[in-house]
Structure formats: C-alpha cells, structure tokens
Design a protein around this ligand. Sequence first.
Ligand code: NAD
Length: 381
Amino acid sequence: MPIIVSVPKETVPGEQRVALVPELVPRLTEAGLEVAVQSGAGELAGFFDDGYAAKGARLEAEVFDKADILLKVQPPTIAEISHMKEDSVLICFLQPYTNAAAIRALAARQITAFSMELMPRITRAQPMDALSAMSTVAGYKAVLVAASRLPKFFPLLMTAAGTVTPARVFVIGAGVAGLQAIGTAKRLGAVVEAYDTRPAVKEQVESLGAKFAELGLAAKDAEDKSGYAKAQSEDFYQKQQEMMSKYVASADVVIPTALVPGQRAPILITEEMVRGMRPGSVILDLAAEQGGNCALTEPGREIVRHGVVIIGPMNLPSTIPFQASEMYARTVTNYLAHLLKDGGLHLDLEDELTRGPLVTHRGEVVHEIVKARLCSENSTP
Ligand code: NAD
C-alpha cells in the first residue's frame, strides 16, 4: 500500500497559508507517495483544487483519518488529533514550548510529530529552515505595514512643493527578519539604523546600507553554537534600554525583532522610551508573538499610547500567503524527502536532522527540552 500524504485546510482563524503547493505534488508522487489534499485547502493562498489535481493530487472532503503523513502549517487542535490515525506522522509548526495539551495528545495517540521550529541550524538543514523562510516574509511585511501607518513619506523627495526629509527607521535585532526589514526600509528610501547583541551582525547591517548603532555595550556570551542569541542579564537589558533611548526617540518607525529561542522576548522599549518618541511615530513589534519587545505591546492588536502607534502583529507571514506557502511547502517537502528512503519512511534517530525536530515518537515525548518543560509544568502547583 502506498503511503498517503495529506494536506488539510488550516482552521486557525486568520491562517491563510497551506502546507503544500501544487508545484511540489510531483516531487512526492515521484517518490512513490499518494497525495490527498482537502478540497479548498489552498484557496486562501491562491492555490486552487484544479491546480493540485492537475499535478496528480487527489482532492478529498476530509483527510485527517486516512493520512499516514500529515503536512500542516499550524499545530492540529485536540479534536483534529483525535481524528488522526494512530502511528501516523505529523510535520508542522508545533509551537513546542507552549502547546503542552496538543503534545500530550499526540504522544497518547502514538503519533510521530516533527516540529519545524526545532530544525537544527546546520548547513544540511538550511533548505528545511521554515522559521528563517517565514522570518523573511515577516521582516518585509513589517516595513510595509509600518510605512502605511506612518503619516510621513519614507524616501527623501525633492519636489516643486518643497523637500521631504526621509523617515528614520530603527531596527532592533538584525537576524533574518531584522535584516529583511532593513533591506526593505532602505529600498523604500528610509534612513535606517540597527542594533543587535551579536557583534557578527554589524557587517551584515552595514552591507545593506544601514548604520549599526554603537551602544558601547558588550553582550556576554552573545550567541550559542547555532547562531541564536543567548539571554542577557536584567542589568544588561536595563543598560541597553538606556543606551537605545536616543535612537528610539529620534526614529519615526521602530521595528524590534529581538528574540531568544524558547523564552519570552526581552523588554527593550519601556513606556518611558515610548513617551520620548514623537507623536505619530510607529512601533511595529515583530516580537509580539513571543510577548513583545515593547512593554506596551498588546499581541494581536494595534493601540495608540502617548501618541505612538504600537502594532503587535501575530501572524504576518500569513498576510503574504502565496509565497509564504510556497516557501514553507518547500522546507516541509525537503524535510519529508530527508525522512524517506525507497518510497518508505526511514527514521534514523542517530541523525541530528531527524532527531532534532522530533517531539513525540512511539507514545513518548522524546525531545529533551520539550519534555523538561512538560515535567516542570506538571510539578508546578
Ligand atoms: P531570532 O529570530 O531568534 O532573533 C532575532 C534577532 O534578535 C537575532 O539576531 C538576535 O541576535 C537578536 N537579539 C536577541 N536579543 C537581543 C537584544 N537584547 N538586543 C538586540 N538584538 C537581540 O534569530 P534568527 O533571525 O532566526 O537568526 C539569528 C541568526 O542565526 C541569523 O542572523 C543567522 O546568522 C543565523 N542563522 C543560521 C542558520 C543556519 O545555519 N541554518 C539559519 C538561520 C539563521
């Protein structure tokens, strides 16, 4: 019996992406798999049923109960998990550190679940790096949203009606999203400054034509071996806030993107700093999903405080669903291809690429950090 790979329609409100696009169906069928797509699954992203069918997929009304391998964007709900086949495989963004109930339910149902967020940062894994792909989308869209809310132009304009000075944009955290935001803001003509605790980033910021903000701070042990930022002390964050105040105050748009994996985003912009900004300025907090880098951010909302517009978007990649789906689907199919051998699943648990994103397997939570979090949650009174 061939393995059935299924793709459901996403049900989380506002989610417009889909985990597989028609162009990638032949990649799976040529590997000996059968592809079943839930009718309408790609519609919101601009991929229609006939496109999937033309590439060799079967369209079905329901896909959860027949899937041997389920490809998704968002984690399945508990109800969806209860419809999944026992011993099946799930690949999606699992939100592994905040999704205890679903993770327990997946383990109880003997589902082998891989979390795309936990892809190791090694060269081999780059084509499977869904987080970076989505950060690229978010960094780009963040600038467009901020620009459309700012009551000013971004570029310098010399017109018969006078000269327009360019907007000033300050990006905090110059990882994948931050660098994309810097590049997009530069292309729109803004004057861009940026800061990151990882010293290696300075050159990348400058190569995009932005100025690196020299705060005179030395982050201790700034990054781990995977290139992720390490958390700093409260004392460091307080100094960082003080040193960044003048950059924040002189900016028209601030785009904080600073994250530390597995933790709440550090607070880098205090209410006092917001008060120091010009009315009409915009903070687009790209760290909102992890609590936000601005103390006033309300995740999922746009608010005005002290005359400053503070936006805390929850799922920006979903607002460019066509290419976000293409990019995500490529990372997922690349990962699935890694797990396949001779038309069947081959899980080499010695391989860090297989083991790294694996969260549940054979009825157990097997990812050490996720397991430790679940245990500490259990022991919390
Ligand atoms: P991220 O989304 O976890 O964090 C965003 C940025 O916030 C990071 O650059 C981080 O240094 C920064 N940050 C954290 N605390 C900060 C603070 N207090 N002040 C200012 N900035 C702060 O990171 P990311 O964008 O996913 O990736 C970070 C880096 O990892 C990339 O720039 C890249 O060099 C590397 N990377 C490697 C691979 C790979 O090897 N496969 C893949 C993706 C990224």
